[in-house]
Design a protein around this ligand. Sequence first.
Ligand code: A2P
Length: 312
Amino acid sequence: MSSSIPTVKLNTGAEIPTIGLGTWQSEKGQVREAVRYALTETPIRHIDAAYVYLNEEEVGQGINDAIASGKVKRSDLFITTKVFMTFHNRVEESINESLKNLNLDYVDLLLVHWPLGFNPKGSHPLFPKTADRKKFDLDPTFDLVKTWKQFEQVYKSGKAKAIGVSNFSVPVLEELLAGGIEVIPAANQIESHPFLPGKEVVEFCKKHGIVIEAYSPLGSTGAPLLDNPVVTELAKKYGVPPATILVSWHVNEGRVVLPKSIKKSRILSNAEWIKIDKDDLSKLDELSSKFGLNRVVKPDWGVDLKFPDWRL
Ligand code: A2P
């Protein structure tokens, strides 16, 4: 069991710690202490936040508590946030809001949260609906490359030390890369676990030097993947909790992994990883062909995101 977390290099030259703390669905009133604890009492130095999680201010308080304790410096930390779909014509406004929430001068990584646009002047500031309330109110003028050009400006301003994307499939990445962009995305954050390994997007990103970050590595709410017999069998073999197997699968294969927890004992144990033998890594790689693909996070945005399993 290793308690030191390896890093991988982004295309900017910066190092990103391969295990970070996820904060989606981390409740207000708990996430501040969870973040402070992670950064000061465990090896975690990487926090994954987002404007739309509506807890960014508390995440920032946890980060600032950690810095104020003197145990870590801002430069030791890797902080990510994301721009939501109603802000795709106002990327600078979004990063300014996030930096205010986080009480920071810069983030280490800023991501396009999803490759689609919502009406910025609709029925709701984040989740606008059509007049009949049945669908999300998409922005027909959304232009991926135009949004990315705003990200490039934010990158040049120094407010984001790296820029990347999230929930981008191969066809969407191809569209972006063919759009005459100046800065190649540094990372692509996707749902990834042995039941949704995303082999085609992982391969594509590897070829283009884009680091894969895995969200919902335990299967999201309630961590359902921890009960899979292959995972529990490997946990028994290596004498570690099942979560360590799912975290270590990514670390061993050079990906970043972002387990979410607000419970201290879990934050600490999810920060540990082990070396897994090649044969056992292959068993995990092949789990989805045995048990089928299982995407857990599939919001009904009304747009085909072009992942092989994504159907409208
Ligand atoms: P909690 O925050 O109460 O610990 P994912 O990282 O795939 O999004 O999974 C997050 C879910 O898994 C949350 O419900 C979280 O609950 C739970 N969880 C996180 N770590 C563990 C763990 N080590 N063992 C069991 N459940 C966990």
